[in-house]
Design a protein around this ligand. Structure first.
Ligand SMILES: *Cc1c(COP(=O)(O)O)cnc(C)c1O
Length: 231
């Protein structure tokens, strides 16, 4: 078994254990293998180990990998997205996790219309108000959802967050806050969709995220090893 296959297996087992601790069905959590800076050789090892769901932060890097690896895989966009890259993103990705402003949503809606697609998206929420991070402020999310509900080629299926860079236990309140925000949004019924997806948790804290209700965890380092610093 390759190192990557072993890492994947270990992460899957820890995910399942975390789900069971929280009384949840492990099948309700999907593992996104985050492949920014990961080369094709290592990506192929993950595919050989049976993994099919990948997350990318950069459109161009993703396009090269998606083209090289061919059909049968699922790709999510998890990075910051510029409106001018909307068309490429809609072409390439099943789910875009990082919609945080109306202008971007409108660009995605137009691109999806051209491609005759309904694009699934998540609203990225910046719970701690960190200026360096993307994401809509929690109090802005209801209005953003109302505006996006008018865009026929987008479907909001849930929320995503990147909490502050803290230890796993210290980020637990942020994960819980994302779930509670989702529950409140459900109650006010702005969108017809149930907002089923909560994208939260990375290598250092995915177990805590699952305990707090994550349905999508985004794990890079724990599968592929540490990344070179991006220059
Ligand atoms: C890089 C990245 C991840 C994965 O981070 P790891 O700590 O390597 O697991 C998850 N989510 C987003 C948005 C990222 O950019």
């Amino acid at each position: 078994m390759s190192q990557i296959a072993q890492n994947l297996e270990a992460v899957r087992q820890r995910l399942a254990a975390a789900a069971r601790r929280a009384g949840r069905d492990p099948g309700g959590v999907r593992l996104i293998a985050v492949t920014k800076t990961v080369d094709l050789e290592r990506l192929r090892q993950a595919v050989a180990a049976g993994h099919r769901l990948f997350g990318e932060n950069y459109v161009q890097e993703a396009r090269e990998k998606i083209t090289a690896l061919g059909p049968g895989l699922h790709w999510h966009f998890i990075g910051h997205l510029q409106s001018k890259k909307a068309k490429a993103a809609v072409e390439l990705f099943d789910l875009i996790h990082s919609v945080d402003r109306l202008k971007l949503a409108q660009a995605l809606d137009q691109a999806a219309a051209q491609l005759q697609k309904v694009q699934d998206i998540l609203i990225q929420v910046n719970l701690a108000g960190e200026e360096t991070k993307s994401g809509a402020a929690p109090e802005k999310v209801p209005d953003l959802l109302r505006d996006i509900a008018c865009l026929p080629h987008l479907r909001v299926v849930g929320l995503m967050t990147m909490p502050p860079w803290l230890s796993a236990e210290e980020v637990r309140p942020y994960f819980r806050a994302l779930r509670e925000l989702r529950d409140r949004l459900r109650e006010i019924e702005i969108v017809p969709a149930p907002l089923a997806e909560l994208s939260m948790g990375m290598s250092g804290d995915y177990e805590v995220a699952v305990e707090e209700g994550a349905t999508l965890v985004r794990v890079g380092t724990a599968i592929f090893g540490s990344r070179p610093p991006r220059g």
